[in-house]
Design a protein around this ligand. Structure first.
Ligand SMILES: *[C@@H]1O[C@H](CO)[C@@H](O)[C@H](O)[C@H]1NC(C)=O
Ligand SMILES: *[C@@H]1O[C@H](CO)[C@@H](O)[C@H](O)[C@H]1NC(C)=O
Ligand SMILES: *[C@@H]1O[C@H](CO)[C@@H](O)[C@H](O)[C@H]1NC(C)=O
Ligand SMILES: *[C@@H]1O[C@H](CO)[C@@H](O)[C@H](O)[C@H]1NC(C)=O
Ligand SMILES: *[C@@H]1O[C@H](CO)[C@@H](O)[C@H](O)[C@H]1NC(C)=O
Ligand SMILES: *[C@@H]1O[C@H](CO)[C@@H](O)[C@H](O)[C@H]1NC(C)=O
Length: 402
């Protein structure tokens, strides 16, 4: 019986691994190149172009710290489409049309994500379920009022925009910074640092980091406001994917995602997904996890203040031509003063084209289920065998009497 289940185990383990690999697949590999300030020489990084070329298509990610930190995702069904920037226009008061892709009309899907504000509130008597509503707020940090420094690592396919508040009378940014760190991917895989997001070659990761920003109270909690821009006729939908499996991200069972709903004849869609956890240390671990909550997605009468590269690409009056949605993501609450201890907070999200990667059960959980479900089956079989064997034995005992 023991032999039976130990044979069953590796078999199901294998099955689990295959299922996991299938879950990780999706989107062939891409050739990724990072370019900073395309078409402009010798200035500090304010615009990063990630070009990800596939077999017959190209994904352009444009990240920028001009105005509020923003990323544009442009999908072209052309493996040689190119991005152009008119810097004079981009730095002017009417930047519409300063960013475009050649050949004209090759972009079949576009979207933007803008990181607009960081809110801080007093969470002293926040309940466990508090998401920062009805609390005392300090004046928000408008990320468009920050000055940003950029750096890039071509081999690691990463770039970092690090910002401090331009006018900082309170001194919160004397030692502190807010950063957005970008990672591009050429293949499908799973990230090694927590929260170990599963990614495809069609996606990029953004990590929001608050490092030693002085809190304005003893029980400060933070909220990040994220705004998305979609073509008119499409809408972002917020959904939550629950899992019973926490092998990759201990104690976290929820993945939240904003997915664009394609309309009738449109091509493509995108996603912005995150696990509901942040970490309070450079070495992310289960011990310094900070739980994230999110507020309902706001879609009614939203506007987006400029400047940003979203205005440069979509046009200045983008409220009229595009659907805008916004969401607040809050960090901490029931887990006490994790930010206060180390002065560090890091939260990761994945932005990508197509359908979001989906976690399947990990091999460990499949093995546990196999044991749990397999053992009764093995016991049953053993029971039947024992029964057959003893019955036959009884017959053989009776035989000599005949
Ligand atoms: C691109 O290639 C994929 C398969 O590799 C195919 O399904 C798709 O139709 C192609 N698209 C175009 C526009 O050729
Ligand atoms: C860039 O924009 C400026 C200002 O709008 C315009 O005068 C100039 O012709 C543009 N340059 C190119 C190469 O399109
Ligand atoms: C919140 O805390 C303050 C003191 O810090 C206290 O006076 C107040 O009663 C508390 N409110 C609630 C609802 O617990
Ligand atoms: C900045 O760091 C210095 C030295 O570590 C410390 O003395 C000072 O209090 C810090 N300032 C703020 C606003 O955190
Ligand atoms: C914050 O904590 C310090 C020391 O623990 C205390 O002196 C101060 O009054 C507290 N501030 C507030 C606003 O509660
Ligand atoms: C985020 O929270 C702040 C503070 O409560 C609020 O002013 C803002 O409108 C919220 N944004 C969204 C998109 O819910």
């Amino acid at each position: 019986m023991l032999g039976g289940s130990s044979l069953l185990l590796p078999g199901l383990w294998l099955l689990g691994s295959v299922a996991c690999l299938r879950g990780a697949a999706g989107g062939d590999g891409r050739k990724v190149t990072l370019e900073y300030n395309p078409g402009r020489n010798g200035s500090s990084l304010s615009l990063l172009h990630v070009r990800a070329v596939g077999r017959n298509d190209t994904l352009h990610y444009v990240w920028s710290s001009i105005g509020a930190p923003t990323v544009l995702l442009l999908y072209t069904q052309n493996e040689s489409s190119t991005l152009h920037v008119n810097w004079t226009k981009l730095n002017s008061t009417s930047p519409a049309g300063a960013i475009w892709v050649d050949p004209p009309g090759s972009v079949v899907y576009s979207t933007a994500v803008v990181f607009t504000k960081v809110f801080e509130y007093n969470g002293a008597n926040a309940s466990a379920l508090s998401t920062g509503q009805g609390e005392t707020f300090y004046p928000p940090y408008d990320l468009a009022d920050f000055s940003w420094n950029g750096s890039l690592n071509q081999t690691a396919l990463t770039a970092k925009f690090q910002g401090v508040k331009t006018s900082d009378p309170g001194g919160a940014f004397r030692n502190g910074t807010i950063s957005f760190q970008v990672t591009a991917y050429e293949q499908s895989s799973r990230d090694s640092p927590l929260p170990r997001l599963l990614h495809t070659a069609n996606s990029s990761k953004v990590e929001f980091i608050m490092d030693r920003v002085a809190p304005r109270g003893n029980s400060s909690r933070f909220l990040l406001e994220v705004v998305t821009v979609e073509e008119r006729g499409r809408h972002k939908r917020l959904n939550s994917v629950q899992s019973i499996d926490d092998e990759y991200t201990p104690t976290i069972f929820e993945m939240a995602q904003l997915v664009s709903e394609p309309h009738n004849d449109s091509i493509g869609s995108s996603f912005f997904q995150w696990k509901t956890t942040a970490y309070g240390s450079r070495d992310a671990s289960r011990e310094n996890a900070i739980h994230c909550h999110y507020q309902p997605l706001q879609t009614a009468n939203r506007t987006l203040a400029g400047p940003s590269i979203a205005h440069a690409y979509f046009g200045e009056a983008l409220e009229h031509s595009h659907s805008i949605a916004a969401i607040n993501i809050s960090f901490g609450g029931e887990d006490g003063e994790v930010y206060m201890e180390k002065g560090y907070l890091s939260w990761s999200a994945l932005l990508g084209f197509g359908t979001p990667p989906e976690d399947t059960f990990s091999p460990l959980v499949i093995a546990i289920m196999a044991v749990a479900l397999g053992t009764p089956v093995v016991l049953l079989l053993a029971g039947v065998l024992v029964l057959l064997f003893t019955r036959r034995k009884r017959y053989s005992e009776y035989e000599p009497i005949n």
